[in-house]
Design a protein around this ligand. Structure first.
Ligand code: SAM
Length: 273
């Protein structure tokens, strides 16, 4: 598929605002589909199908693809693109023209089992966390995002790269970096490096606290990540003394910092409030 020729025919000018960098390299889309480890039973959620190059690689590897695209022209053109390049697979495709950040399970005709996407960079992390939240049927994922963001999302506790997004993703899934992607595979060529993030759903830590309550602790702790937790959580708890009490009850040293806490630790803090 010639993405530039198709874009020209549709009158598409890729915008930065929507993170529109389209993959034109067939090896890259095949690699993404392969690393997605899809089986014939899998229903794939693709966020931001764009001109459809990845979609065309996902269709033969799965039972079906639900593609969610915010750009009206791209969403409307996708069924036609698939009919022309893979007519036998066209009935496996469903296109939803909407913002993936607003997606609900009830918008989908079937429950997707895997998310595979070349995510728009500006909203990659919130979109990924959102679909994991609202679609418990998702078991696995393979997404392409900015390389530094992949490192942050996959970071274990203890280092500089570990932050609120890593801790929140760990609530839903185990994540690992699955390799770099060269800039040259995109049109237009982006100003940043990209990489692949592989995720596997897991059970959230067992806790009486709600997910919202746990994420509130994560946000408060990382908002002042250089501070000792006693201070960083003072406003959240009501006072530094109360923060210290909660931390001790959760078996956490009040002088330690946010970056040392696993999602299980944050869950214990939330449960002791
Ligand atoms: N999958 C295509 C590819 O690999 O060539 C396009 C990937 S491009 C990086 C990101 C795509 O996401 C664009 O098609 C863009 O219009 C779409 N997009 C941006 N923001 C979105 C949102 N909030 N919801 C759904 N799609 C979005």
């Amino acid at each position: 598929m010639e993405v530039r020729a198709l874009a020209e025919r549709l009158g598409i000018r890729p915008t930065k605002k929507l993170g529109q960098n389209f993959v034109h390299d067939p090896n890259t889309v095949r690699r993404i589909a392969r690393l997605g480890e899809l089986g014939p039973e899998d229903v794939v959620l693709e966020i931001g199908p764009g001109l459809g190059s990845l979609t065309l690689a996902l269709l033969p590897a799965s039972a079906g693809v639900v593609a969610v695209e915010i750009d009206e022209v791209l969403a409307d053109a996708l069924p036609d693109t698939v009919s022309r390049h893979a007519p036998a697979l066209a009935d496996r495709l469903t296109v939803l023209r909407m913002d993936a950040l607003r997606l609900r399970a009830s918008d989908l005709p079937v429950a997707p089992t895997a998310v595979v996407a070349n995510l728009p960079y500006n909203v990659g992390v919130p979109v990924l966390l959102h679909v994991l939240e609202v679609l418990p049927s998702l078991r696995t994922g393979l997404v392409m995002i900015q390389s530094e963001v992949v490192d942050r999302m996959a970071a274990p506790p203890g280092g500089r790269e570990y932050g609120a997004p890593s801790a929140k993703l760990a609530w839903y899934a185990a994540a690992r970096r699955a390799g770099p992607v060269p800039r040259a595979v995109f049109w237009p060529v982006p100003g940043v490096d990209s990489a692949l993030l592989q995720i596997t759903r897991r059970e959230p830590p067992p806790t009486p606290a709600s997910r919202e309550a746990v994420f509130a602790v994560v946000d408060a702790a990382f908002a002042q990540r250089r501070k000792a937790l006693r201070g960083a959580l003072a406003t959240w708890a009501g006072s530094p003394a109360r923060a210290e009490e909660i931390l001790r009850a959760a078996d956490i040293d009040p002088t330690t910092r946010a970056e040392r806490l696993s999602i299980e630790d944050f869950a214990r803090v939330a449960a002791n409030r």
